[in-house]
Design a protein. Structure first.
Length: 299
């Protein structure tokens, strides 16, 4: 059966006239007769009895009418749904973002996306950097937003900006008086770090190892928010990506630029390179690029 054959059959069944059906469908008599004949041959029997005076449905034709109506309604609905998806009037998108990005920068991008495509439903998975990469690899989400992966096998990475680490110190610390801090000065205080296998922790160890040796850690935690609260309460100091500055300040900690060495890493969009992105995902990448790529989150 084809959609064209079913539409032809329903037009004849409704009007009981080949002439009227031809007018409705804008088909010639031979084309309509050919469509009906093809449908009957594919199903294995007659659906219509046609004489010189009238057209009548066979019992099999009568039973096909409600089925054909339902099939065509489903087809039309599917066609319209896909058309809306392709024109971004309808759709779903799942993405994963590391907490430092999800809680600080992502909302502005979502607002920009929502203004353009208000009917696209978006699910955001707020997970640590490593889980973002895993979710993309497992194809549980189309897009991930995280630091550039160390291994990019089967992944594509589109950089948005380079994020530079900043010092986080208690509000009553003498370090607040400095416009910027170097790592030697910062590490002379009790250091609060994210626990392994955090990408932030690994990056600090890789960059500071040749200079500082083993990273001396007084306190460890899984959440950046906990790092900020521990620093704000005076337990020690820390270093976080600069995109967390607003979050740290809201908690009560103070941030200062870090030098000697400057530690930075690209933040961007991670996708599975063997999968074509949906139209909605392509639109989100375009919005993210337009929102963040021209500027940098670094200090």
């Amino acid at each position: 059966m084809t959609v064209k054959q079913l539409r032809a059959f329903l037009a004849v069944a409704r009007t009981l006239s080949f002439t009227q059906a031809c007018s409705e469908l804008h088909l010639s008599q031979p084309a309509l007769s050919l469509a009906i004949k093809g449908l009957e041959e594919s199903l294995g029997g007659r659906l219509l009895i046609r004489t010189t005076r009238r057209v009548k449905l066979t019992p099999e034709g009568e039973s096909l009418v409600p089925l054909a109506k339902r099939l065509l309604a489903d087809w039309d609905n599917a066609e319209e749904m896909l058309r809306q998806r392709f024109t971004l009037q309808l759709g779903r998108l799942s993405l994963a973002a590391m907490p430092s990005f999800a809680g600080n920068l992502l909302p502005s991008a979502l607002m920009a996306f929502r203004r353009q495509y208000p009917r696209i439903n978006i699910t955001v998975h707020d997970v640590i950097n490593e889980q973002v990469i895993d979710m993309v690899r497992q194809r549980r989400v189309e897009l991930g937003i995280a630091f550039e992966p160390e291994a990019t096998d089967n992944l594509d990475f589109t950089p948005l900006f380079h994020d530079r680490f900043v010092a986080v110190v208690p509000p009553d610390s003498p370090l607040v008086q400095h416009d910027s801090l170097d790592w030697d000065t910062l590490m002379s205080w009790d250091f609060i770090a994210l626990q392994r296998p955090s990408m932030v922790r690994r990056l600090l160890e890789q960059q500071l190892g040749p200079r500082q040796g083993t990273l001396r850690v007084a306190f460890e935690t899984h959440q950046l928010a906990s790092v900020g609260r521990m620093v704000a309460s005076g337990l020690g100091v820390s270093a976080v990506p600069s995109l967390c500055i607003n979050q740290m300040q809201e908690i009560g900690a103070v941030c200062r630029p870090l030098t000697a060495p400057v530690i930075e890493r690209a933040v961007g969009v991670i996708t599975w390179n063997r999968q074509e992105l949906s139209i909605a995902a392509q639109a989100m990448v375009a919005v993210l690029t337009a929102t963040f790529a021209p500027s940098s989150a670094s200090l």
